[in-house]
Design a protein around this ligand. Structure first.
Ligand SMILES: Cc1cc2nc3c(=O)[nH]c(=O)nc-3n(C[C@H](O)[C@H](O)[C@H](O)COP(=O)(O)O)c2cc1C
Length: 142
């Protein structure tokens, strides 16, 4: 079971909490709402097809068919080639209108490579680009 989301947000540092919101109409909704743990796989910029796959845009019976994965510490699938992964223990579920807001406690976090992340902007896939800033004044700590 897996779904493409862009609604990921960090929520809290202590405890470390993150959220995703899942449409109540999604076929994944009830299973995710009841899941004890889940992994958030951050796709890299060469993984558009994986995003389309888990958004239900390609016809496959099982979204994981042909996708190479390994098991994380929670047993959740980590997709090969992702930029980073967070594994979460379900912490709370809130009602969010036509979505449910799933808050997870991060129990494991790993950056897996240095690829750029896949970004969805203005209904298109893109990626990030470093911006050039003038050097900050030396008395400012970022
Ligand atoms: C870039 C992108 C971001 C998405 N973000 C979300 C999201 O945050 N929450 C959500 O419920 N659906 C989101 N979707 C849509 C789901 O991926 C899609 O509706 C779902 O996989 C459809 O299949 P299902 O109804 O069988 O679950 C997103 C889709 C794309 C392409």
């Amino acid at each position: 079971m897996g779904i493409t989301v862009s609604s990921f947000t960090s929520v809290s540092l202590e405890p470390p909490l993150v959220l995703v919101s899942i449409a109540k109409g999604s076929a994944m909704h009830d299973a995710l709402k009841g899941a004890r743990s889940y992994a958030v796989n951050f796709l890299a910029d060469d993984q558009k097809s994986v995003s389309d796959r888990f958004a239900g845009r390609t016809q496959t019976k099982d979204r994981f068919e042909g996708i190479k994965t390994s098991d994380g510490v929670t047993g959740c699938p980590i997709i090969e080639g992702v930029r980073a992964v967070l594994e979460c223990r379900a912490w709370q579920v809130y009602d969010g209108g036509d979505h449910s807001i799933l808050i997870g406690e991060v129990v494991a976090a790993r950056a897996l490579n240095s690829k750029r992340p896949l970004v969805y902007y203005s209904q298109q896939y893109t990626t990030t680009e470093a911006m050039e800033y003038p050097a900050p004044p030396s008395d400012i700590v970022w």
